[in-house]
Design a protein around this ligand. Structure first.
Ligand code: AMP
Length: 402
């Protein structure tokens, strides 16, 4: 029987924030990592992407923050700006009900503005990229009160020769009693060797289990905007979806989608930001007891609502932000159950979706909706005489090659 986050030592505020995101059961790396980090050990966390490594170090480090001390206590270094922002978003989400000052300091941010900000706000936790942190540490960013530092994707930061220079400099600037945490999806002998030499009494935690996302199948279907509502209807019928969520980007689209699907006799409800809490509870109740098969929602309306056992998430519109894709996908495949995410996109969105998938290391599969059925896309079937379709095919292939 796995332990709960509370049993691992995570305080109620953060447990509540996790629950709001539908995160209830710790993954293996969290189960092992949280207590060790809370105990102040230097640690190396080795587990695959998608295994919940970020929370395995973020949660215990948030516990270590002293709200009363207006100084930098925890520093998380990520090798890329994207990853740093991703971690920062997770931290923001967890701390939104607290008064902790958290900041992202990354290379593409305006350094003057960052310095101005550091003058006014004294962040207690910073997520940043190595070079920018080093630059800021020359002046306004004070590192001497740090209690812990994390190097995420440590293999990249340490083994790559160029990055290693920054890493060495950063390491030198750390105060003597600072706790060191290294997270990595790969653990080559070279990395282990280096860390064993450098880090004082590290605990090595290697977990080959608990992948959060691998039970979710990620599909996409390319089509014209005009066709998508028909595709959507067909997919719901074809897959016989009785517990699905459809995501759109605005209240208007929520209403329009509900109207169209209801017109065709489907059991559809809306989660909209216009509803009060009783109306929402009513919709949720109907969805959980099966009176409604489909919930249409915008991201805002779905936030903080805990929905279990959703089998399909359909993106009728893609989110603006890449992280939104994961948040929506996280509504399905919970608690080790299987789930499917289907994105209905235009061909102009293929590259964007591919890029996101690469960043999250998600495997995407293209399907096509034809004659009322969802089938694998077969390039040979494409009518080569149609120039439009040829363009389409080329785009898909080049995007898929990446
Ligand atoms: P990571 O491996 O840290 O990149 O996490 C991958 C995704 O899994 C993120 O979207 C997390 O929000 C989500 N996640 C992390 N821990 C859990 C958990 N215990 N249960 C469900 N989802 C989780």
């Amino acid at each position: 029987m796995s332990q709960t986050f509370s049993q691992l030592g995570v305080s109620d505020t953060f447990v509540k924030a996790l629950t709001e995101q539908g995160i209830e059961t710790p993954t293996k790396i969290q189960e092992q990592g949280i207590p060790e980090i809370l105990a102040g050990k230097n640690a190396v966390l080795h587990s695959q992407t998608g295994s919940g490594k970020t929370l395995a170090f973020v949660l215990p480090l948030l516990e270590k923050l002293d709200e009363t001390k207006k100084e930098l206590q925890v520093l998380i270094i990520a090798p890329t700006q994207e990853l740093a922002m991703q971690i920062f978003q997770e931290v923001k989400e967890l701390t939104k009900e607290t008064s902790f000052a958290v900041e992202a300091l990354i290379g593409s941010g305006n350094i003057k503005r960052q310095l101005e900000k550091l003058k006014k706000v004294k962040p207690q936790l910073v997520v940043g990229t190595p070079r920018r942190i080093l630059e800021l540490a020359e002046t306004k960013l004070k590192l001497h009160h740090l209690v812990a530092i994390v190097f995420d994707e440590a293999d990249r930061q340490i083994l790559d020769r160029k990055s290693n220079e920054d890493y060495v400099q950063l390491e030198r600037k750390m105060p003597g009693n600072c706790q060191f945490i290294y997270a990595s999806a790969t653990a080559t002998p070279e990395l282990i060797n280096r860390l064993s030499q450098k880090v004082k009494d590290p605990v090595f935690l290697s977990v080959n289990q608990g992948i959060v996302k691998n039970k979710i199948e990620h599909l996409f279907i390319v089509g014209d905007r005009r066709q998508q509502i028909d595709h959507l209807r067909g997919i719901i019928r074809n897959l016989n979806i009785t517990r699905g969520m459809i995501f759109v980007n605005s209240l208007e689209r929520v209403k329009e989608t509900v109207e169209k699907l209801t017109y065709h006799g489907m059991k559809v409800g809306a989660l909209s930001s216009e509803q009060d809490k009783f109306q929402r509870a009513d919709v949720m109740q109907k969805f959980s007891n099966g009176d409604l098969h489909i919930l249409v929602a915008s991201d805002v309306a779905a936030r903080g609502i805990d929905i279990q056992n959703v089998t399909h998430v359909i993106n009728l519109q893609l989110t603006e932000e890449k992280d939104g894709y994961l948040h929506r996908a996280g509504r399905t495949g919970r608690m080790g159950k299987e789930g499917t995410v289907i994105s209905l996109i235009t061909r102009h969105e293929i590259n964007k979706l591919k890029k996101w998938a690469d960043a999250f290391e998600i495997e995407l599969h293209e399907k096509q909706y034809q004659y009322g059925k969802l089938t694998d896309r077969n390039f040979n079937e494409i009518d080569n005489k149609s120039s439009n379709k040829q363009v389409n095919e080329k785009d898909v292939k080049s995007a898929a090659k990446k």
